[in-house]
Design a protein around this ligand. Structure first.
Ligand SMILES: Cc1cc2nc3c(=O)[nH]c(=O)nc-3n(C[C@H](O)[C@H](O)[C@H](O)COP(=O)(O)OP(=O)(O)OC[C@H]3O[C@@H](n4cnc5c(N)ncnc54)[C@H](O)[C@@H]3O)c2cc1C
Length: 383
């Protein structure tokens, strides 16, 4: 019987791991000894980092999509199916259509999702840019904005930890270009006692934000929003009036994991308990979790998903070829940070080394724009 690798989730992590295994074990796939199957909810791969630019009219939504079934190498059997349960004892996955799919090894890469509904009034009163619909709505709201107080608030945990800062700098540019900046107060708030979870990034931002005339407040955790009064109440007891509230809502892991209590895959927030180095799900030898879906103390970012996918793919292929699967994830993350004014910086860090943001430059901004275009080579397993 052929060896079956099943990957759940056709986003960054799932696509890279499936493509890499299929390419690096191509001879075994062609000999019908290895099958690589990717299951994903929709035949649509969204390049989520592009959503940052949509509210400002700097990216068109249609540029951010590819068909997942057409994107991956032909050695991957890509199927549109929503998984609703995993039986790790019998090593089977069930889809919502009632299909039972056997695996020898399983990779769960089902990402994370914003849950604005968890904060009373937020879904009605706040705008955000973390989904396609929300980014489109915010573009419309900003187009009709004529000035006032814009309050930015950040829920935790959330993917792409630098996106709130990037958005704030791009918002400043956008309002200046429309001659609305003098009529607009921008207030950037953050839930911790500094302006970012990563201390060096917080230090970097605490110099740049005031330079752009952006006000800042720390220890602001959203508790509720009263849309009709245009007030956001913080858990710390402070109330914030606004004309326009833009947030990053808190996130959770994939919804179907909530229905799997008693399974090693089940945990608070639907964050899968994961070994920080092997990326195996804790207590399971043949199940791996990647990308946003894990409970690891690293940034939920596309680069994290990419580095982790490379480790798991290398281990799976090595084991298939009879070797020792000794590759380990070292916590590596890379992020570009848009700083406005057509400049950006970048950070690299891992479990042992903190980030060191450099002064922003035009060159790094150009690199980020180029990366946005070349992203599609990654899910194909080329880069
Ligand atoms: C506005 C924004 C800006 C960002 N900017 C950056 C950036 O500049 N740099 C960076 O590195 N990262 C950035 N990110 C984060 C990055 O997009 C994510 O961290 C990355 O996509 C995570 O990859 P993933 O594979 O874990 O999850 P995803 O890419 O979200 O993929 C999850 C997949 O699982 C599928 N799925 C879920 N449940 C099921 C199910 N039950 N059955 C079948 N399929 C299922 C989903 O449909 C999806 O295809 C940004 C994100 C946003 C929203």
């Amino acid at each position: 019987m052929a060896y079956e690798l099943v990957v759940i989730g056709g986003g960054t992590a799932g696509s890279i791991v499936a493509s890499r295994v299929a390419i690096d074990a191509r001879d075994l796939v062609h000999a019908d000894r290895v099958h690589v199957t990717l299951l994903t909810e929709r035949d649509d791969h969204l390049y989520q980092p592009g959503l940052l630019y949509v509210p400002f009219g700097k990216a068109a939504l249609e540029e951010l999509h590819r068909r997942e079934t057409a994107l991956l190498p032909r050695e991957v059997s890509t199927r549109v199916a929503t998984v609703h349960h995993i039986d790790t004892d019998r090593r089977v996955v069930w889809t919502e259509a009632g299909e039972e799919i056997r695996y020898d090894d399983l990779v769960v890469a089902t990402g994370s999702r914003p849950v604005p509904e968890e904060i009373p009034g937020l879904a009605e009163g706040g705008e955000y840019f973390y989904t396609e619909d929300a980014a489109r709505r915010l573009a419309d709201t900003l187009e009709h904005f004529t000035g006032g107080r814009i309050l930015l608030a950040v829920g935790v945990p959330h993917k792409c930890p630098v996106a709130p800062l990037e958005f704030t700098f791009l918002l400043d540019d956008y309002l200046r270009a429309r001659n609305l900046r003098e009529r607009t107060e921008i207030v950037y708030t953050y839930p911790l006692g500094r302006l970012h979870s990563l201390e060096p990034v917080a230090d970097w931002a605490s110099a740049l934000l005031p330079e752009r005339g952006i006000q800042t407040e720390t220890f602001v955790n959203m508790e509720s929003v009263e849309p009709e009064k245009r007030v956001m109440h913080a858990m710390e007891g402070t109330d914030f009036a606004y004309d326009l509230l833009i947030t990053v809502p808190p996130h959770r892991g994939a919804a179907f994991l909530a229905g799997m209590s008693g399974s090693p895959l089940s945990a608070p927030g639907e964050w899968i308990p994961t070994d920080p180095r092997t990326l195996a799900v804790k207590g399971l030898d043949h199940v791996f979790a990647l990308g946003d879906a894990t409970d690891l103390p690293v940034s939920k970012a596309g680069s994290t998903a990419h580095y982790q996918a490379e480790v798991v793919a290398a281990n799976l292929v090595t084991a298939l070829k009879g070797g020792y699967a000794g590759h380990r994830y070292d916590g590596k993350v890379f992020c570009f940070i848009e700083a406005g004014r057509d400049e950006a910086t970048h950070i690299t860090f891992d479990y042992a080394h903190p980030p060191r943001p450099q002064p922003p430059s035009r060159l790094v901004h150009m690199f980020k724009l180029a990366f946005n275009r070349t992203y599609w080579l990654m899910p194909q397993g080329i880069l």
